[in-house]
Design a protein around this ligand. Structure first.
Ligand code: SAM
Length: 279
């Protein structure tokens, strides 16, 4: 008599260029508990991979829109035909607010989750803030990052880790670290430790009249972070006051300070003045 044995097809090898490090089963519940999905939530999951987070998320949330760049992984997830999971196949960095809105069936609140590909984690964070600014109703994002990137997000002014990422993401969201993981929490293990952070999107205390101007100013002064502020501002490429030292004093800021000591609110105040000069 011929017998057949049910065999599960082996997974295709992890693709390094897509930053594939799959979460081990023993960590899934800890992560999903931190995400804290509710029945009424609609999630956007970035990089579902083999579905480690997607399946438990779909079991606890109302709907999951999963965006995966790897066509092979996306196809095998799609083949599972989960009723409340829809797949967007492609690069999350290229996705438009309209595509996401349509995929999420015009949900009025969207939550984000993902074990991010570390090679493009910072661009993905910037993309999330751009989507929020474009009016997508993002509430929060709970994402796995390389520990050093989380350190930069949470850095205080005047420290080595404080920089463009801290300022521009911190402008858009309140940030907290909710979990730390060793390399062994993933297959294959990455060379780095990992942190899960939660970004809660909100209007900042001091609103930038021109977010573009804030970004430009932040990039220019942090490119010269060791210089005095008055000198670093010479790198700002658009209209600026003739007497930078006097202008800074007028805002109660010592021109001898280093750019890396400026709090986010201080950068916004300066950016707002520069934006007014540009019109
Ligand atoms: N969520 C799975 C897990 O935790 O096991 C996989 C996480 S793995 C670190 C990152 C996932 O993001 C991979 O599935 C990878 O193919 C996908 N990915 C990489 N770059 C992407 C991009 N630009 N847009 C969407 N997905 C991407």
């Amino acid at each position: 008599m011929k017998t057949t044995r049910a065999t599960s097809r082996p997974h295709p090898p992890a693709r390094k260029r897509f930053g594939q490090h799959f979460l081990e089963r023993s960590w899934v519940e800890k992560l999903v508990n931190k995400i804290d999905p509710r029945e009424t939530d609609t999630f956007i999951e970035i990089g579902p991979g083999r579905g480690a987070i997607t399946f438990p998320l779909a079991a606890r949330a109302g709907r999951v829109v999963a965006c995966e760049i790897d066509r092979v992984l996306a196809a095998s997830l799609d083949a599972r035909q989960l009723p409340n999971v829809s797949l967007v196949v492609g690069d999350f960095l290229e996705i438009t607010p309209e595509q996401l809105r349509a995929a999420a069936a015009d949900a009025t609140c969207l939550r984000v989750a993902g074990n991010l590909p570390y090679n493009v984690a910072s661009p993905i964070l910037f993309k999330l803030t751009a989507l929020y600014r474009a009016g997508l109703p993002l509430v929060d994002a709970t994402v796995m990052l390389q520990r050093e990137v989380a350190d930069r997000l949470l850095a205080s002014p005047g420290t080595r880790d404080y920089g463009v990422l801290t300022v521009l993401i911190g402008y858009a969201a309140r940030i907290e670290r909710v979990l730390q993981l060793p390399p062994g929490a993933f297959r294959p293990p990455p060379k780095v430790h990992s942190s899960v952070v939660r970004l809660v999107f909100r209007e900042p205390a001091t609103v930038a009249k021109s977010p573009e101007c804030l970004a430009l100013l932040t990039h220019s002064v942090f490119a010269r972070r060791r210089k005095t502020l008055a000198n670093a501002l010479l790198g700002y490429p658009h209209a600026r006051p003739d007497d930078l030292a006097e202008w800074l004093r007028g805002h109660g800021i010592d021109p001898a300070r280093r750019p890396e000591t400026l709090a986010i609110d201080e950068l916004v105040i300066l950016a707002n003045d520069l934006a007014a000069l540009a019109v």
